[in-house]
Every structure is written in C-alpha cells, then in structure tokens.
Design a protein around this ligand. Structure first.
Ligand code: FRU
Length: 535
C-alpha cells in the first residue's frame, strides 16, 4: 500500500530519511544545543548504527552535521550504541558510550570519545583516546546486557557514572563506576540501585531542586532530591522514581521504597530511551525521548524513514514532591501562528463541536476544561489502581461515562470515521475522592489495516475538586503529544490516518459523559515548519 508523504512530521525532530532511535549525549556548548542519536545510514530499520549529529540554537530549528561517532576501534568495531555527555573540568566535552567489540554477539564494552577541538562550537570532530575501553564486563556479569553509560558527576575528587545491566536474569541494575582522572574506572561493589524488573536500558540520574522550583540543577550539584530513570526493554516504557542519594555510599533510595517500581512513567505512550541534560543557558533540565513508529515495517520501508524525537521537554519536581512535571520547551511557541480561540463554551452530554479557522494537522492546542459537577463520577474499581492502560482499553472514548470521557478528537476526518481521542474520565474512589484518568485512544485513528493501535493511559494526580483541568496537544501529522494538567501526565501517540491527512484533518471538542463540560478557554495555533536537518 502507498503511505502518504503528508504523514511525515513537520516540527518533530527527524533526519531527512532512515531509521533513528535513542537520543545520545545531548548538551549545550558555546551557544549551541547538540543532539546525537542512534541512526542507520542505510535504511529505515534498526542496524548499522552510528551516532548522527545535529545542532540547534533553540532546540527547535536543527542543522545536520556529519556523523560524530562511527565504529573505528577494536572496542566499538561492531556498533556504537547509546551514551551520554559530560563536560570535563578543562571544558572538553566527553562522550561515554557503549561499543560492540565482536561480530554476531552483542558483547558490550564502555568507551570514551573526546571533542577534538574544544574551540569549535559545533564539536564536529571526535577522537577516541588510546586508553579505551574504560569498562568491560567482569566474569559473572551478563556481557550482553551491560550498556548505556550516563552523564558522569563529580564528588570529592571522584567521578561517577552509571551503566545499565541485568543480574541473575531478572534484576535490573545501575552499576556505579568511579574514576579520579576520567580514564581509569573501577566498578563499585554495590550498584546505585536495582529492582526485579528486567534489564535497565539507558539509565539517567540527576538532582532536582526542591518541590515546585522549575529551575534545573547541574548533574554534579548535590541536592536533597534525585531522580532515577530506567528504560525497561520488557515493556518499552521509561519509568522513574524520586528519592534520595547518599554520596558517601553511592546508593539511591526511592522515597516510596515499598511502592510499585513501575508506577511513574515520563510518558504513558510511545516514548523510550530518553535522556536529560542540564541547560546552563536557561538553567533548566531538558528531556529528549525517542518515539518509534507504530506503523508496519513494510510501511516504514516504503516511507524510507522511521522514528522521531519528542519535542524537548523542560522537567522539574512537582509541588507535591512526589512526581515530575514536564512541559514542551518554551521555544516551540515560536512556531505558533494564526491563533483561534474559543471561550466559555458548554458541551452538553453526547455533544461535540468543531474548532474551525485553522489547519490543525500541524498545530498546538491548549484547552482549559471545567466540569460542572463530580456527582455522576463512576465508582473506581481499585483492581485497576496499577493499570490505567487496561482501564482505558475497556473504557475508550466511545464508552459513555458519568464525568467524561471529555476532551479532544484530533486528526479527525470530516465524517468522524477517523479520529484520535485524547481525553479525561473522572471516577470516585471508595472514600469519595476523585480519580482522574487520562487516555490517548487511537483505535479509530485510521481505516488502514496492519497498524499497531495501542490505547495509552495514565492517572493524573491533580486536585479536580474545583472542576478544573487542562490539556495541551502538540499535533504533527502522525504524532499526537499530549500534556495533562499542566504536564503531570504525558502521552505521546503515533497515528497514521488514511483520510484525516493534511487539509482534511479536523479538530473537535467532545463530551461523552452525563455531565456538562465547559471549555473555559481554548487556543489552537497552526505550527510553522522549523529548519529540520535540511529536509
Ligand atoms: C535502547 C537501546 C539501547 C542501546 C541502543 C542500541 O533503545 O537498545 O539500550 O544502546 O538502543 O541502538
């Protein structure tokens, strides 16, 4: 079948063609943001991986440079896999990354590459010092599950980095390595943390300011609170905990030590192998994450490309101290054009209305809802406390409720045969406390067959007693990236409409509950196309 070129994203990061996966080594250097990423120069499927390299002044307009790191030494000859950036005390940027050193088996070894010329703001050339590798699997370690070094941090004369691993076949671990000189590294006896979750890919570990402060902290700065994130290859989600770090013992303890390790996700949708960096220009911590296609492999090959990066998100600790908040970097707002607004519009049970006056296939939509009453909220079945996704799979956008489902239909065809629903549904628990569910339901997104259309969902820890809740969706042809309640719960979905493409895509507000919903305010903008790697 033919795949429409109009489904290629407009303002989400991607190279002109081919496969991409994890963001690697993001950093800010001499006025430029750098993004490296796992890239196959030869096709739209995973393989032949190198580190491609792009630079940006604003995290939105991107210029492609020559690939930065390719296989070239015995310890990375069969692959240069994910890694992270650290700026050394003399100002030299360093990349810690995983190399594959033998054919046909993914035996994993940690390496370092250094910026060749630190007076080049574009960091075009990278050299691999002769003291590579810097860490190899030890006897008894699983050598094929040992990868993705983090940004290093410095305390009392020692650098530390983490390497993700797997112990005893099922325990995910974050190994700690220490070094005085950034050349000779030794593994600490105890990992930073571990849990019975399966392999930890792409660990990320960073300090955060006290609850509610939006500024970020440099990775070596000590703080009362830390975040540890791991990517679970078993579920393909990025999970994090908030906790404390003892920098004498190099151990991390989640605040909710007996809680479910998989309770909090950066994103409850298609978002994986993410990585943060500290941006000194705007004193913020910024998160990059990879969103894979959910189209079929033959379609990916026909399109000639696969994979995008989510819009970079600023990330900080929520006022509750219990979770993070994420919000698209403010620079994305420079792309906004032709605002269309709606105010104080009531949507009755079973009703919907179209937001007209803009092309919404490439848009940014912000909406504030007000629920008239919580009285009719459905009872919450505690059996679903750990399974928002299952609950939303059963109670999709077309299943009538008490309070909600209400929200947006995006990338909708004129006859509504195709539409992606992003919405809230409010329940009431046994104590009468409201429980808010946020869903991204793509089950009606396309009439094309062979698509993977998982319903994604997360709970929203927000006080809805006032009736108020907000939603923002970044819509971009085959991406719907949504932020509930100001960024407390985020869901990215990939969808491939067959009719709701380009000018044939429509935007609606709907209410499938028994309770009136008011759109207190809605603004939708068309989004201009930024520089995107020359494509
Ligand atoms: C995560 C991952 C990493 C690995 C890289 C290889 O998506 O599997 O663990 O380093 O991708 O491309």
């Amino acid at each position: 079948s033919i795949v429409s070129p109009l489904l290629r994203t407009g303002y989400h990061f991607q190279p002109p063609m081919n496969w991409i996966n994890d963001p690697n080594g993001p950093l800010y250097y001499m006025g430029w943001y750098h993004l490296f990423y796992q890239y196959n120069p030869k096709g739209a499927v995973w393989g032949n991986i190198i580190w491609a390299h792009s630079v940006s002044r604003d995290l939105i307009n991107w210029i492609a440079l020559e690939p930065a790191i390719k296989p070239s030494i015995p310890t990375d000859m069969y692959g240069v896999w994910s890694g992270s950036a650290t700026i050394l005390p003399d100002g030299t940027p360093a990349m810690l990354y995983t190399g594959i050193d033998r054919p046909n088996i993914n035996y994993q070894i940690q390496n370092i590459a250094l910026a060749k010329n630190k007076s080049d703001p574009l960091l075009r050339e990278w050299v691999k010092p002769g003291y590579n590798p810097i860490a190899v699997p030890e006897p008894g370690m699983n050598a094929t599950q040992f990868r993705d070094p983090t940004t290093a941090w410095y305390i009392d004369g020692h650098w530390r980095m983490l390497v993700g691993g797997l112990k005893d076949g099922r325990r995910g671990v974050a190994h700690v390595y220490r070094s005085r000189d950034f050349k000779t590294w030794k593994r600490a006896k105890h990992p930073l943390h571990s849990a019975l979750t399966g392999m930890w890919e792409c660990p990320d570990f960073f300090p955060v300011h006290e609850a509610g402060v939006q500024n970020g902290l440099e990775t070596s700065q000590f703080a009362a609170k830390y975040v540890l994130k791991n990517s679970l290859d078993l579920t393909r989600y990025d999970y994090y905990t908030v906790g404390t770090y003892n920098n004498k013992t190099d151990r991390y303890v989640p605040d909710d030590a007996n809680g479910d390790y998989r309770r909090l996700q950066y994103d409850y949708g298609n978002f994986y192998a993410s990585k943060t960096f500290y941006d000194p220009a705007k004193q913020r911590r910024v998160l990059f994450g990879w969103a894979n296609e959910s189209d079929s492999v033959p379609h990916d090959k026909a399109k000639g490309w696969a994979g995008i990066q989510a819009i970079p998100r600023k990330i900080w600790l929520d006022p509750s101290g219990k979770q993070l908040v994420q919000w698209p970097v403010e620079e994305v707002e420079k792309l906004r054009a032709k605002p269309v607004s709606v105010a104080n519009k009531v949507v009755k049970p079973g009703q919907n209305f179209e937001v007209t006056g803009l092309q919404s296939y490439q848009s940014d939509v912000e909406v504030s809802f007000e629920v008239s009453s919580l009285e009719k909220a459905e009872p919450f079945d505690p059996a679903f406390s750990n399974d928002a996704q299952k609950l939303c799979g059963m109670k999709g956008a077309d299943v009538k409720g008490g309070v909600g489902p209400f929200g947006l239909w995006v990338l909708a065809s004129a006859n509504l045969a195709e539409k992606t629903a992003v919405f809230f549904r409010v329940f009431k628990d046994g104590y009468g406390k409201p429980v808010v569910l946020m869903c991204s339901d793509p089950t009606k997104s396309s009439l094309t067959s062979d698509l993977y259309k998982p319903t994604f969902a997360g709970f929203v820890e927000t006080d809805i007693s006032s009736g108020k809740i907000s939603l923002r969706s970044l819509i971009d042809r085959s991406v719907v990236e949504s932020f509930g309640a100001g960024g407390k719960t985020c869901i990215l979905s990939r969808v491939y409409p067959s009719m709701a493409i380009g000018q044939n895509a429509h935007l609606y507000v709907f209410n499938n509950g028994e309770t009136d919903i008011k759109v207190s305010h809605l603004t939708a903008w068309e989004m201009k196309k930024p520089l995107m790697n020359g494509a």
